[in-house]
Design a protein around this ligand. Structure first.
Ligand code: UP6
Length: 269
């Protein structure tokens, strides 16, 4: 795990998106990613406008929004999302969890109805298919001429998931094959880091009160994942979007995540 500050890591991170992310986290004093798992596009946009100052990343599941497959409404939504990201200085992470061979993910990432690569700075992929998945996704970004980054899923938050341990170690080996495109991991703990490496770990399954959701989700507190386990970004969905006062709740999570990070740095963990 890293006791280095986000500022210092922002100067040396191997990926361009990683440098941007770490530097905006330091500037805004936030390691909070809000997961906007809401099915109404207008509600997502108004929520992000309200919590924008508290977050470093907005995580979407665009395929849960019923757009009636109208390309114009999808394009309008993603344009509005990009405008909010610009306005509040946060990045967009489409939580697509790609899981197919390189040639198929290339078509899924660059096209279809969502055109994910055009508007999401970050996306993620399972390592199950092997390194071709990384190469396929990277080719899309290169062909579009856009700066993008990938998170590899090394361990999930849900009970009984097959990640972690040896799976995470093998996923890390795969990530080492492209340190300019793979910026880090979705995992529940920091990963082994060699000289010159710096992996950004983004962690879902974070809640200040609840322990689970009855469908396998398992929660830890910001202090546990950031200070004790060395993760970098907390991903919070229902803890914020299910609250009465979402803006106040987002601030509560931002403060909790930031304090946990400051303690980690102070403790030299
Ligand atoms: N997510 C997890 N666990 C993982 C990977 N991704 O929960 O290992 C995603 C879910 C959801 C969010 O798809 O969008 O993070 C968590 O939401 P929650 O805070 O409401 O549980």
């Amino acid at each position: 795990m890293s006791s280095r500050t986000y500022e210092s890591r922002a100067r040396t991170h191997p990926t361009a998106i990683g440098r941007t992310l770490l530097s905006l986290m330091a500037a805004k004093k936030t390691n909070l990613c809000v997961s906007v798992d809401i099915t109404d596009a207008a509600t997502i946009l108004s929520l992000l406008d309200a919590v924008g100052p508290s977050i470093c990343v907005a995580k979407t599941h665009i395929d849960i929004i019923p757009f009636s497959n109208s390309p114009s409404s999808i394009a309008e939504f993603t344009a509005a999302l990009s405008a909010l990201a610009e306005k509040h200085n946060f990045l967009i992470f489409e939580d697509r969890k790609f899981a197919d061979i390189g040639s198929t993910v290339k078509a899924q990432y660059g096209g279809g109805v969502y055109n994910i690569a055009k508007w999401a700075h970050i996306t993620n992929a399972h390592s199950v298919p092997g390194p071709g998945i990384v190469a396929g996704l990277k080719e899309v970004a290169e062909e579009l001429g856009v700066t993008r980054a990938l998170l590899m899923l090394g361990e999930m938050s849900s009970k009984g998931n097959l990640g972690g341990g040896e799976y995470l170690a093998k996923t890390l080996e795969m990530a080492r094959g492209d340190t300019e495109f793979v910026m880090g991991f979705i995992a529940q703990c920091a990963v082994d880091t060699r000289e010159g490496e710096d992996w950004i770990v983004m962690t879902p399954g974070v809640d200040l009160g609840r322990k689970g959701d009855g469908l396998g989700q398992q929660y830890n507190t910001p202090d546990r994942v950031v200070r004790e386990k060395g993760c970098d970004v907390i991903i919070v969905g229902r803890g914020i979007i299910g609250a009465e006062d979402k803006v106040a709740k987002a601030e509560e999570y931002r403060k909790a995540g930031w304090e946990a990070y400051e303690k980690r740095v102070a403790e030299g963990r």
